[in-house]
Design a protein around this ligand. Structure first.
Ligand code: S3P
Length: 439
């Protein structure tokens, strides 16, 4: 972690074509499933961010051989199971990493101790430990469910689990544990969440049965399934594309193309919302790559209008509310974001930090327990804030994007954390003409 400061200054229109790094969710899963599988898995387009590198090291510690053969090109030799690691598993900043890996490890007769950085040590792990304990896992955790924690895996019972919150991480942890549970598992999600684990389990040869019923989506993983190594092509991360897209919408004169963005409908809530706000977003060159729909997104500067975001859209854009709030600060009228209490347990309390950061930049924000409202005037906000990011990459990037189009520069602390998910963020934005610099 660095204590340097990064600042974004208002300036020129943003123009050009870029490609954002590989999807973070798919990158974690490729490494974990590759390590659980038997044989060789090859990955292209892997996100080489800190979160993913931590998952790679963890897979190595559990006994897989993980190697890099080129930019974004990785191989994993899996042995069909995890063995007891010699060291503590440090997942860094990655909630997805630690929760999915705990699920994956749970079904093997091993003991492993997990930890993470200061942010991850504050985040709730009980949401994963509860279903895993019902399946037979034992653990010792700090404060009833915080890292560092030690997990004892072993013979697991099957489980039918109704997700108490819309969380793909919890769903995925139960499914991965279910690979080694007697009778398999069924996860019922009242609100559908991203389905990358289900898709990738199938790509590795497992049967996953999905049925939409009255009480929600039923995802069933039958017992006794083995995974076989395969090739995974990781498409561009829509959650990273979100930053240059909003930059293009709010910076006068801009036109940007972002190539190869994943368009899985469980992830595109932000794009839908921006179009409803009047954003000029066009999707071209739609195609399939690596089992996912991808396309190129062309974005042009647009006059935006505030909207009420339907709460049921939250799972498909949960990581995108910070940057949506920035777009809302440039729109005319109120943008209302409700049903997003989960934002408070991400890498930081994102509702509180976006409210504080936007207010420091002269934007009117009303905070609620499970949501917030941003009131834009249709003109560029003042900017000029020094933003405390609490080490949250998306809080840092959102405010830097705001600074590119505000009236005064915006500075963020702990910008080194941007490397967890989008290590090329500053250089890509500079390449488009954005003035982002140290200091
Ligand atoms: C993720 C799921 C989301 C998201 C996170 C990645 C995943 O978290 O915020 O960045 O890869 O499954 P929850 O499932 O906990 O909402």
């Amino acid at each position: 972690m660095t204590t340097a400061v990064l600042s974004a200054r208002p300036g020129a229109a943003l123009r050009g074509r870029i490609r954002v790094p590989g999807d973070k969710s798919i990158s974690h899963r490729a490494l974990i499933l590759g390590a659980l599988a038997t044989g060789r898995t090859t990955v292209s387009g892997l996100l080489e961010g800190e979160d993913i590198l931590a998952t790679g090291r963890a897979m190595q510690a559990f006994g897989a051989t993980v190697g890099r053969t080129g930019e974004g090109e990785w191989t994993i030799e899996g042995h069909g199971g995890f063995s007891t690691p010699a060291q503590v598993i440090d997942c860094g900043n990655a909630g997805t990493g630690v929760r999915l890996i705990m699920g994956a490890a749970a079904g093997f007769p091993i003991t492993a101790t997990f930890t993470g950085d200061a942010s991850l040590q504050k985040r709730p792990m009980g949401r994963v430990l509860e279903p895993l304990s019902e399946m037979g896992v034992r653990y010792e955790a700090r404060d009833g469910g915080r890292l560092p924690l030690t997990l004892h895996g072993g013979a697991l019972k099957g489980l039918t689990y109704v997700l108490p919150m819309a969380s793909a991480q919890v769903k995925s942890a139960v499914l991965l544990a279910g690979l080694n549970a007697e009778g398999g598992v069924t996860v019922i999600e009242p609100e559908a969440t991203r389905d990358h684990t289900e898709r990738m389990l199938r790509a590795f040869g497992a049967e996953v049965i999905v049925a939409d019923r009255e009480d929600g989506r039923h995802v069933r993983l039958p017992a006794g399934q083995a995974l076989t190594g395969t090739h995974v092509e990781v498409p561009g991360d829509p959650s990273s594309a979100a930053f240059p897209i909003v930059a293009g919408l709010i910076t006068p004169g801009s036109e940007i193309t972002i190539e190869g963005v994943m368009l899985n409908s469980s992830r595109t809530g932000l794009f839908e919302t921006l179009i409803e706000m009047g954003g000029d977003l066009t999707i071209t060159n739609q195609r399939e790559a690596g089992g996912e729909e991808v396309g190129d997104i062309v974005v042009r500067h647009s006059a935006l209008t505030g909207v009420v975001v339907p709460p049921e859209r939250a799972p498909s854009m949960i990581d995108e509310y910070p940057i949506l709030a920035v777009a809302a600060a440039f729109a005319t009228g109120e943008t209302v974001m409700r049903g997003v209490g989960e934002m408070r347990v991400k890498e930081s309390d994102r509702i509180a930090l976006m409210a504080a950061g936007l207010q420091a930049c002269g934007v009117e924000v009303v905070e609620e327990p499970e949501g917030f409202m941003v009131r834009g005037t249709g003109a560029a906000p003042r900017g000029g804030g020094m933003i405390t990011t609490h080490g949250d990459h998306r809080i840092a990037m959102s405010h830097l994007i705001l600074g590119l189009a505000a009236r005064e520069p915006v500075r963020v602390d702990e910008p080194g954390m941007i490397a967890t998910s989008f290590p090329t963020f500053a250089s890509l934005m500079r390449g488009l003409g954005g003035d982002i610099a140290e200091g």
